[in-house]
Design a protein around this ligand. Structure first.
Ligand SMILES: [Zn+2]
Length: 53
């Protein structure tokens, strides 16, 4: 069972969590579902863009 740390969505099917992403923040492992990963990716890209520009 994998739980999304962002929205709390739970998925017991391992194949369904293949598109999920994991990240380590402050030594804690964080798991994000595919939907939240997309949101985070957009936020991260937005942050990168603002730093580059
Ligand atoms: Zn989620």
């Amino acid at each position: 069972m994998t739980t999304c740390d962002f929205c709390g969505r739970q998925e017991s099917d391992g194949a369904a969590t293949l598109s999920w992403t994991t990240a380590v923040e402050n030594g804690r492992k964080r798991v994000f579902c595919d939907a939240c990963s997309r949101e985070n990716l957009r936020a991260m890209e937005g942050k990168l863009d603002s730093e580059f520009w």
